[in-house]
Design a protein around this ligand. Structure first.
Ligand SMILES: CC(C)(COP(=O)(O)OP(=O)(O)OC[C@H]1O[C@@H](n2cnc3c(N)ncnc32)[C@H](O)[C@@H]1OP(=O)(O)O)[C@@H](O)C(=O)NCCC(=O)NCCS
Length: 166
C-alpha cells in the first residue's frame, strides 16, 4: 500500500500547521494556493499520509510557461527553434519538516514529472523548469538530473528527452 495519497488540493486538507523551513512557501499554501487553483494560474497537488487525509505532508504546483532560447543551455538551444519554447513549471514544491528526509520530496518530484509527461501527449513541452529557493535546494533538483539554466543559480531545467517516453 502507498504511504501517501497525492491529489489536487481540496477543503479536507488542513494547511494551517504546514511548515517546511521556507516561510514564503508556508504562506503560499495557507493563503494563496487555492486562489491560484481557482484562477487557473497553478494546479496544486497535496500529499497526505494514507492514514490521515487532512494532514498536509507536502505539496507542489504545476503551471504552463515558456522560455527564450537565449536562456537555455547551449547544447539544448541548438536543437530548438530560435523563438520561445513551451515548458512546464514546477513553481513550488515543499515537504513539512516532520516528513523531510524520508523520501517524500522525491516522490512529489517524480509524480510532478509523470503528470507533465502524461500532459505532454496533448500539450507539447520542451522540458520542465523549477525555481529553487536557494543553492541547497538547487542541489536537490540536480540530484534528479535537472541542470542549471545559464546565468541563474536558482532556475533549473529537465529537458523533455530525460523524462518523455520516446
Ligand atoms: C527540498 C525538499 C523538498 C526535499 O524534500 P525531502 O522529502 O526532505 O527529500 P527526500 O527525502 O526525498 O530526499 C531526496 C534526496 O535529496 C537530497 N536532499 C534533500 N533535501 C535536500 C536539500 N535541501 N539540498 C540538497 N539535497 C537534498 C537527500 O539527501 C536525498 O538524497 P539521497 O537520495 O541520496 O538520500 C524539502 O527539504 C523542503 O521542502 N525544503 C524546504 C522548501 C524548499 O526549499 N523547497 C524547494 C524550492 S520550491
Amino acid at each position: 500500500m502507498n504511504a501517501y495519497r497525492i491529489r489536487p488540493l481540496d477543503k479536507a486538507v488542513d494547511t494551517t500547521a504546514f511548515q517546511c523551513g521556507q516561510p514564503s512557501l508556508d504562506e503560499y499554501i495557507r493563503r494563496y494556493a487555492s486562489q491560484d487553483a481557482r484562477r487557473n494560474v497553478a494546479r496544486v497537488f497535496v500529499a497526505t499520509p494514507a492514514s490521515d487525509d487532512s494532514h498536509l505532508a507536502g505539496f507542489f504546483t504545476l503551471s504552463a510557461g515558456s522560455i527564450a532560447c537565449t536562456e537555455l543551455p547551449e547544447a539544448l538551444a541548438k536543437k530548438l527553434p530560435r523563438y520561445p519554447v513551451p515548458v512546464a513549471l514546477i513553481g513550488r514544491l515543499a515537504v513539512d519538516v516532520g516528513f523531510q528526509g524520508k523520501g517524500l520530496g522525491s516522490i512529489l518530484l517524480v509524480d510532478a514529472c509523470q503528470k507533465v509527461a502524461n500532459a505532454s501527449a496533448v500539450l507539447a513541452m520542451a522540458g520542465i523548469v523549477v525555481e529553487a529557493k536557494d543553492d541547497s535546494t538547487a542541489s536537490f533538483y540536480q540530484h534528479f538530473g535537472f541542470q542549471h539554466l545559464p546565468g541563474s543559480p536558482t532556475r533549473l531545467l529537465l529537458p523533455a528527452a530525460a523524462f518523455f517516453a520516446s
